[in-house]
Design a binder for this molecule. Structure first.
Ligand code: ADE
Length: 214
């Protein structure tokens, strides 16, 4: 991950799913663009050509950082996070989780110099149709989504894989309930308390179907 705020990622590495796969399935390296900038004073951004508000992350800075880390032979997926990118969906998550190596570029300010997206990155990805103040949260979203697809990321009994495969098949998950069976008159559906596993599975299937209708 290339970012101007590497420390922002600390908590993510301490929690599942990342904590479970770090050092085994996943090696996470955080790089600060500022540590690689060829410009004086740690400069990484600049005013937009043609005028306008905000600052733009420079292409020479991003390329210097990539080349310092990968020696000019990246040969890997390099995903730049930008609201103008392809919208992130589970299918792309699955694809990226299958990659041997993955680089994530995050930006602050007004975003990337367009040449970064055209020439340095292989993919431009948006986490949704809204604009955030920086790419760190999107980078964490992508990291979480990818990490939980790696072997050993989730507790076996959590059912996360089933949840996922359901989501991946284009559907949504059935609702979950836990104790107490009744709270302020709000009752758990009787079928879940019935002990009838076949009936429970049928109910869950119908719930998934109903939720997944367009
Ligand atoms: N940077 C700012 N907003 C974003 C978004 N929605 N997706 C990815 N990167 C972003």
């Amino acid at each position: 991950v290339f970012t101007l705020l590497p420390h922002a990622f600390a908590w993510l590495t301490e929690r599942r799913p990342l904590a479970a796969v770090l050092g085994t399935e996943l090696e996470l390296r955080l790089f600060n663009y500022r540590d690689f900038t060829p410009l004086a004073g740690g400069q990484v951004d600049d005013e937009p050509y043609g005028g306008g508000a905000g600052m733009v992350l420079r292409v020479d800075v991003v390329c210097a950082a990539l080349e310092a880390v990968y020696g000019g032979h990246a040969g890997r997926r390099i995903v730049a996070l930008t609201p103008q990118g392809q919208q992130l969906e589970q299918e792309l998550v699955e694809e990226l989780a299958g990659e041997e190596a993955l680089t994530i570029l995050s930006a602050r300010f007004e975003g990337f110099d367009e040449r970064i997206l055209e020439h340095a990155a292989t993919d431009a990805v948006s986490i949704g149709p809204y604009v955030l103040s920086g790419g760190e949260l999107p980078a964490m979203v992508l990291l979480d989504a990818v990490a939980r697809r790696l072997p050993g990321a989730m507790r076996e009994e959590s059912g996360a894989y089933e949840t996922f495969s359901a989501a991946f098949e284009g559907g949504l998950e059935h609702p979950h309930y836990t104790r107490p069976a009744e709270f302020r008159g709000w009752r758990v559906p009787d079928v879940l308390l019935s002990g009838n596993h076949a009936a429970v599975e049928e109910w869950r299937r119908s719930q998934r179907r109903a939720r997944s209708l367009p």
